[in-house]
Design a protein around this ligand. Structure first.
Ligand code: ADP
Ligand code: MG
Length: 394
């Protein structure tokens, strides 16, 4: 992985190893975990460390407790889930101070191969400000630091960046390594043709992604709500569709610079009301007054599939329509099933896009589903992620 040390580059036997995971999982009102993907994603690194005789001290944030203990955001349910998946008890170090007396005593009692989970790091107000005091406390528990929290890599907090500057070496875990390899190769040394598909609601939130990807891709497909600002740039009417008037000039500029690299929808599923049961129809070109586009039409699906059929690498960020409503999910689902069958490296980034692919039951047919929405976006923007930059160079 680039030039960063990974967990396999260092001796871990008998060492106390602090591992920053991304256990920021969704809970229902009874405190049950509703999606365990991130826990599953963390297992390879934890297993490797256990099997190689480390004392494994896990930490993570969950939700936004805003710097104080919030029992409903305790990581305790994660310890239970991890224990089941690892077939070994993961001891939960309940501690409102995260690194208080109980956490210290629990760590002191560890044997090689044991696993302890600390409490939610965001119980401490220093965490999100990357204040040295809490970084030092975390670092005092361990001899070695492993960062495996890709979902937080775009943030500079105590538990990823702060500790990396105190505990040396600070190395990457398998999940971070995998994320960086897939996303990095796709963007920086792709097997071509490389096609990116961008969608979702806003052009404004993805400007840097558009600009960075345009430099790298062979084709850029644009669908979803952000397409209508490009329609407007082409002089088409957009009715009541999502539109960002302040970005029409920007879209014009992109279209001029990119030439036929940008592929836009040629037809649209429109309706008068933002409602799954509202009557809908397909129009080509202009969207009439009083109507909004909520999905790409059949000719666009065919056009996009034609662009995708020869691709060897595909990066997808942002759904093609309002996939949350079944009657407007077709464009997103059709593109997802095309990618599932494609003989290419397929990479899905972005929270809603990942949800859409999983909703279609096609998650395991993709080469890589990123566990980090925001982090994968910043990666596609070409930014350096602080959580990764802080790791020790090879
Ligand atoms: P991601 O999380 O994958 O990066 P975004 O957050 O940018 O994606 O966008 C996802 C949202 O965009 C979804 O909630 C979806 O309903 C919405 N969306 C997609 N197409 C349209 C459209 N035509 N009109 C309104 N909203 C849309
Ligand atoms: Mg989103």
């Amino acid at each position: 992985m680039y030039n960063k040390l990974t967990v396999e580059d260092v001796e871990v036997k008998g060492k106390k190893v602090l591992v920053r995971c991304d256990f920021n999982v969704p809970l229902d009102s009874d405190g049950n975990i509703t999606d365990e993907n991130r826990i599953v994603g963390a297992l390879p690194t934890i297993k490797y460390l256990m099997d190689n005789g480390a004392k494994v001290i896990l930490c993570s944030h969950m939700g936004k407790p805003k710097g104080e203990p919030k029992p409903e955001l305790s990581l305790k349910p994660v310890a239970k889930s991890l224990s089941e998946k690892l077939g070994k008890e993961v001891v939960f170090a309940a501690d409102d101070n995260v690194v208080g007396d109980n956490a210290k005593a629990t760590v002191a009692a560890m044997n090689d191969g044991d696993v302890v989970l600390l409490e939610n790091t965001r119980y401490r107000k220093e965490e999100t400000k990357n204040e040295e005091s809490f970084s030092k406390e975390l670092a005092s528990l361990a001899d070695l630091f492993v960062n495996d929290a890709f979902g937080t890599a775009h943030r500079a907090h105590c538990s990823n960046v702060g500790v990396s500057s105190i505990i040396k070496p600070a190395v990457a875990g398998y999940l971070i390594e995998k994320e960086i390899n897939f996303l990095g190769n796709a963007v920086n040394s792709p097997v071509r043709p490389l096609v990116a598909i961008l969608g979702g609601s806003k052009v404004s939130s993805k400007i840097s992604v558009i600009e960075n990807l345009l430099k790298k891709v062979d084709k850029l497909i644009i669908g979803g709500g952000m397409a209508y600002t490009f329609f407007a740039a082409q002089g088409k009417t957009t009715g009541t569709s999502l539109l960002e008037p302040d970005f029409i000039d920007y879209a014009k500029k992109m279209l001029q610079e990119a030439g036929d690299k940008i592929v836009l929808p040629v037809d649209t599923v429109i309706t008068e009301k933002f409602d799954n049961d509202a009557p809908s129809k397909v129009v080509e070109g202009n969207i009439p007054d009083g109507c909004m586009g909520l999905d790409i039409g059949p000719k666009s699906i065919a056009l996009f599939k034609d662009v995708l059929k020869d691709a060897k690498t595909v990066v997808w960020n942002g759904p093609m329509g309002v996939f949350e409503m079944s009657n407007f999910a077709k464009g997103t689902n059709e593109i997802a099933s095309m990618l599932a069958d494609l003989d290419a490296t397929t990479i899905i980034g972005g929270g809603d896009s990942v949800a859409a692919v999983n909703q279609a039951g096609l998650g395991d047919k993709m080469s890589h589903i990123s566990t980090g929405g925001g982090a994968s976006m910043e990666f596609l923007e070409g930014k350096e992620l602080p959580g990764i930059a802080a790791l020790t160079d090879k």
